[in-house]
Design a protein around this ligand. Structure first.
Ligand SMILES: [Zn+2]
Length: 60
């Protein structure tokens, strides 16, 4: 099942939600506050520096 990163307009957090594409299209609630005001975020990997072996960001 793929994971999606969202920025929540309810609590302001960035949340990762695991859902099917069908579930995502139906609208997912924030796992933290339950708001459905989620904006999907896209990873910068592959946009900024292609498939470089050292990503420009570090998780955490
Ligand atoms: Zn939230």
């Amino acid at each position: 099942m793929p994971e999606y990163d969202f920025e929540c307009g309810g609590c302001g957090k960035t949340v990762t939600v695991r859902a099917t594409i069908k579930e995502k299209e139906a609208g997912l609630p924030c796992p933290d506050c339950g708001s459905r005001d989620l904006t999907q975020k896209f990873s910068p990997i592959g946009i900024l520096n292609g498939c470089d072996s050292s990503p420009a960001w570090a998780p955490g």
